[in-house]
Design a protein around this ligand. Structure first.
Ligand SMILES: Nc1ncnc2c1ncn2[C@@H]1O[C@H](COP(=O)(O)OP(=O)(O)OP(=O)(O)O)[C@@H](O)[C@H]1O
Ligand SMILES: [Mg+2]
Length: 251
C-alpha cells in the first residue's frame, strides 16, 4: 500500500502558561493521501487551528508523531523543518498575515527570495501568480489598499508560489462575504487540483464542507467523526454535522 502523504499518530498538544496547563488535542490520529481534500470541522476552540499549525511545522506537539512521506518531521533539523515549511507546505492564515509595508507583489515574492532565487526571478514568478489569482492589476498596491477578498487572493498566491505539495487554509473564507468566499474556495480547489496538491482546510460555513473528499470533526480536542476514506458522496450523513453550525451562520 502506498505511504500516506501525511500520517498523524496519537497527537497531543498541551499549552502551558503561568496560570494553567490546557490540553487542547487529546491523542488524535488520521491520514491524508496525496491530492486529498480534507475539511476539519468543529466548534470554536475544538482544536482546528492547533492541528493545522502542528501539521505545518509551525508549532510542536507535546506528544505523538507527524509523518510526512513516511518521515517523522520532528526528527528533522531546524534547517530541514524550515525547508519543509517553505517548500512542502503552503499556508493560508485566517487573518492574512500580509506584511503591511510591502506591496502585494513583494508579499508574494518573499517565499521565493527565501528559497534563494534572485529578485528578478521572484518578481516574474510572483506577477504570474498574481495574474493566476486575478489580481495582476493590483500588484503594486499595499495590503491596506486592498479589499478582504483581494488580500485573501494575495495570500493564496503567496501560499502556492513555491509549488507546495500541501495547501493548508485555516478558515480561508472567514472574513469574506459568501460570494467572495465561494470564489476563493473554488480558486483554492482549482489550484490544488491543477498542481496536484493535497488541500486541508477548516470552515464554519456548512456549504463549504461539501467540497471536501474527507471530513474530520473535532470536539474538545478529540476526533468524533471521520468520514470513510472513499467518501465522495456529498450527502454523507450531513445531518450529523448540523449541531456544529447552530447559531453560527444563518444560511
Ligand atoms: N498559544 C496558545 N496558548 C494557550 N492556549 C491556546 C493557544 N492557542 C490556542 N489555545 C487554546 O486552545 C484551544 C483550541 O484553540 P484552536 O485555535 O485550535 O481552536 P479552533 O478550533 O481553531 O477554534 P476557532 O474555530 O475559534 O478558530 C482553545 O481553547 C484556545 O484558547
Ligand atoms: Mg481556528
Amino acid at each position: 500500500m502506498a505511504i500516506s502523504q501525511i500520517e498523524v499518530s496519537n497527537l497531543i498538544k498541551t499549552y502551558s502558561s503561568r496560570a494553567e496547563e490546557l490540553t487542547v488535542l487529546r491523542s488524535i490520529s488520521f491520514k491524508i493521501a496525496r491530492g486529498e481534500v480534507v475539511c476539519f470541522l468543529g466548534t470554536s476552540g475544538s482544536g482546528k487551528t492547533t492541528t493545522l499549525n502542528l501539521l505545518a511545522g509551525i508549532d510542536k506537539p507535546t506528544a505523538g508523531k507527524i509523518y510526512y512521506g513516511g518521515k517523522d518531521i520532528h526528527e528533522w533539523s531546524t534547517d530541514q523543518l524550515f525547508e519543509y515549511r517553505l517548500k512542502e507546505i503552503g499556508f493560508i492564515f485566517q487573518e492574512f498575515y500580509l506584511l503591511e509595508h510591502l506591496s502585494a507583489l513583494e508579499n508574494v515574492m518573499v517565499p521565493i527570495i527565501l528559497d534563494g532565487e534572485s529578485e528578478e526571478v521572484a518578481q516574474d514568478l510572483a506577477l504570474e501568480l498574481l495574474n493566476q489569482v486575478g489580481l495582476g492589476g493590483r500588484a503594486l498596491n499595499l495590503p491596506q489598499e486592498l479589499s478582504s477578498g483581494e488580500k485573501q487572493r494575495v495570500c493564496v498566491a503567496r501560499a502556492i508560489v513555491n509549488n507546495p505539495s500541501v495547501l493548508i487554509a485555516d478558515e480561508p473564507t472567514g472574513t469574506l462575504d459568501s460570494k467572495t468566499g465561494g470564489e476563493i474556495m473554488s480558486l483554492l480547489l482549482r489550484l490544488a487540483k491543477k498542481n496536484k496538491m493535497a488541500m486541508i482546510y477548516t470552515t464554519h460555513d456548512p456549504y463549504f464542507t461539501k467540497l471536501a473528499s474527507k471530513i474530520i470533526v473535532l470536539q474538545k480536542g478529540k476526533i468524533i467523526e471521520h468520514s470513510p476514506d472513499d467518501f465522495e458522496d456529498i450527502g454523507y450523513d450531513k445531518s450529523r454535522f448540523e449541531f456544529l453550525f447552530k447559531g453560527e451562520k444563518d444560511e
